[in-house]
Structures are given as C-alpha cells and as structure tokens.
Design a protein around this ligand. Structure first.
Ligand code: PBG
Length: 366
C-alpha cells in the first residue's frame, strides 16, 4: 500500500473490495484541455440566432389569433359547464355559456368558432333525425350567438355522428354506411344550419359528392354567401378518441370508420380528395388530424394554393395537455411550438382547442 491518500473515493469501504481491478489510492489525473483551433468557417448560421432581436428579424412564420378557429362543445341540460374527462381544460357548454365564450373569442381576436353538440342519447336514432330539427342544440346555439355576437364567424359540422345511435357519420344499411342516401340527408342538415345562421358549412363526413350536393342545396335556397370548408382529407384516426367522448358518440360507435375516412398510409389520395372537393365548390379545404399529417398540409398548399386548414384534433390536444398536467413538458411552450409548426407547413389556419389559450398567450407576448 502506498502512502498517497485517495483523491476520489468511490464511497464505502477503503477500496480493498476492488483490489486487483482498480487501485483506489492512485491520484486521478485530469487531462489538460487541448488547445482550441478556430474553425475556418464562412457560414456560421448561429450568427442569425445570437439574440432575440436577430431571431425576430429572420423569423419566417408568425402565428396570430387570426389563424385560429376554436372548436366548442355544446350540451343540453341543467348544468352550464361540464368537464370533458379526456380533454383537460376543455368543457361542454350550455348555449348561454357558449354565447359568453363567443364574446371571449371576439375579445381575443379569434375570427371564428366551430360548434359540436353532445346530443342527449334520448334524441339519437339510427337515422340521425335530430340533425334536421330546427331547434336542435347546434341551431339554438347558432341563433343565440348570431343574435348576441354577430361579428364572429360560425362554423358548423355536417355529419350525422353526434345524432346517430350507432355513432357513424352516415346512414347504416346492414353493416354498410351508404353514400348517396347519406348525402341527401347531409344537404338537409346543412340547410338547417344555414337557416340558423351558420356562416361556414364544414362537412366532416367524408361521403363522396357531398360538397357539390351541399353547394347546390345552399344556392337553391339563397345561401350563396355561405362558405363551405370541406374536411377534404380526413383520416381514419385514433386521435379522435377524446372528441368522441366529448360528443358522446365514442361508446356508441359500432366498428370503425375506415370505409369512408382515409387510410393513414396514403398521401396521393389526399390530393385527389382535395381536387374533387375544390371542383365541387369547396371554398376552403382541411386536413385532419394535424401534426401527424403536416406532409399532407404542405402538399395540398403547394399543389392548389387554396385556403388550407388543419385540425389539431382532440387526441393531439390531450397528449400535450396531459403531459403538461404531469409536469413532463411545458404546456404553453409545447402548444405554441405545435401551432407554429402548422404555419410552417403552409396552413392558413388551425382548428384547435388551444385557441383561447394561444390567443391569450399571443396577447401577453409569449
Ligand atoms: C365527426 C367528427 C370527428 C371530429 C370532428 N368531426 C370525429 C370522427 O370522425 O369520429 C374529430 C375532432 C377531434 O378529434 O378533435 N364527423
């Protein structure tokens, strides 16, 4: 044993248990840092990132409240608000509360909201007839919001799933979701919404030919000004799970929606869907879900150059919100990063449950 005291102890004992493998008594030598040789670089991309002002100067994309559409869930019954368990921070609202939130949207600079009803199970049937009732939840909300908050854009969803007892977007004949028969009902649903004051009809059902049929129906009743935002490329996605809870169709859904919603493996097909909807008269197109499909957003925008929207859907929202709730990620930062990603991909606007929070954050200069 030498007399030199150990410089670093690995804890416990005197090192004798390590005998033969590591001599604890040897002083540890810290190597001298090698002399730094300057790199001969012409380009140093970091120069443009050196300070906040420099980063702002070269920033390519900006997010503003003008880019946001806020989807809102409606409910009937006595309670004014109730939490959606699978969507932390999102609530179902009574018509009265929806009017209040519509006012908030305007004060935050959000141009439009999108309405989705949680229809009482007693009002659902196999044909989704409630969708055509003049005083259904969505139509009552449209009328109330239009009367009190006229300057706000109102987007309504055309599809039968909030109204059917089987949770499908169309009519079921045996196991099949039938196309043409469904389209006829969707036209009536769109007209019902337009009469209630909807500004933008947003068919999310993915039936073939529905945009042309809805356009024709609207024009025949003098609704030439009502826009159509088609869910043109809507995928059969697992990320819709929390939404189906929110509107109460999740537990009801029989099977899946793969005979009408798109296969997540396909990209070219999305372009064909968009081309058809544009030819049929869509004013704006949408890709859905959002972040997992940014390649589609980019391709649609580049190919057609039309107003292109992306839907950051419920599951995408909940992943961020739930991780933030656990302290695993910074919720505000992840929210803003996800939203600017849509802009970078070429989206003109984003449907997102973060809309009020993001608009407030933008106002606060976050
Ligand atoms: C239904 C519809 C869905 C969404 C919007 N409209 C769900 C579905 O197709 O099952 C999903 C929105 C979201 O997940 O946030 N026509």
């Amino acid at each position: 044993m030498s007399a030199v005291r150990p410089v670093i102890s690995l804890g416990g004992g005197r090192g004798d248990h390590m005998a033969g493998t590591f001599d604890m008594t040897t002083p540890v030598r810290i190597p001298k840092p090698a002399p730094v040789s300057k790199l001969d670089l012409i380009h140093r991309p970091r120069r443009n990132r050196k300070s906040d002002w420099a980063r702002r100067l070269v920033r390519e994309n900006v997010l503003t409240p003008d880019d946001l559409i806020w989807p809102i869930f409606l409910k009937d019954g006595d309670t004014r608000r109730e939490e959606v368990d699978s969507m932390p921070g999102v609530e179902r609202l009574s018509v009265e509360e929806a009017v209040r939130e519509a006012r908030r949207a305007v004060s935050l600079g959000i141009p439009a909201i999108a309405l989705f009803p949680n229809t009482d199970p007693s009002l659902r049937d196999a044909e989704g007839r409630e969708a055509l009732r003049e005083a259904n939840l969505v139509c009552r909300a449209c009328r109330a919001i239009k009367a009190k908050v006229p300057g706000l854009g109102l987007v309504t969803d055309v599809a039968l799933d909030p109204y059917t007892s089987h949770g499908h977007d169309g009519l079921m004949r045996g196991e099949a979701i039938v196309n043409d028969e469904t389209v006829a009902v969707l036209v009536d649903q769109a007209l019902n919404q337009a009469r209630a004051g909807a500004d933008v009809i947003a068919p999310s059902d993915m039936m073939d030919g529905r945009v042309a049929a809805i356009r024709k129906g609207l024009d025949a009743e003098g609704f030439e000004e009502v826009q159509i935002m088609s869910y043109a490329a809507k995928y059969a996605s697992a990320f819709y799970g929390p939404f189906r809870d929110a509107v109460g169709s999740g537990a009801l859904l029989k099977g899946d929606k793969r005979t009408y919603q798109m296969d997540p493996a396909n990209g070219d097909e999305a372009l064909r869907e968009v081309a058809l909807d544009l030819a049929e008269g869509a004013d704006m197109v949408m890709v859905k879900p959002g972040l997992p499909y940014l390649d589609i957003v980019r391709r649609v925008k580049e190919r057609y150059g039309v107003p292109t929207f992306a839907y950051q859907v419920s599951g995408e929202y909940s992943m961020i919100a739930a991780a933030a709730e656990r302290g695993w990620i910074d919720g505000d930062k992840a929210m803003m990063e996800s939203l600017i990603a849509f802009k970078r991909a070429g989206a003109d606007g984003i449907l997102t449950y973060f809309a009020p929070r993001a608009a407030a954050a933008l106002k606060a200069g976050l």
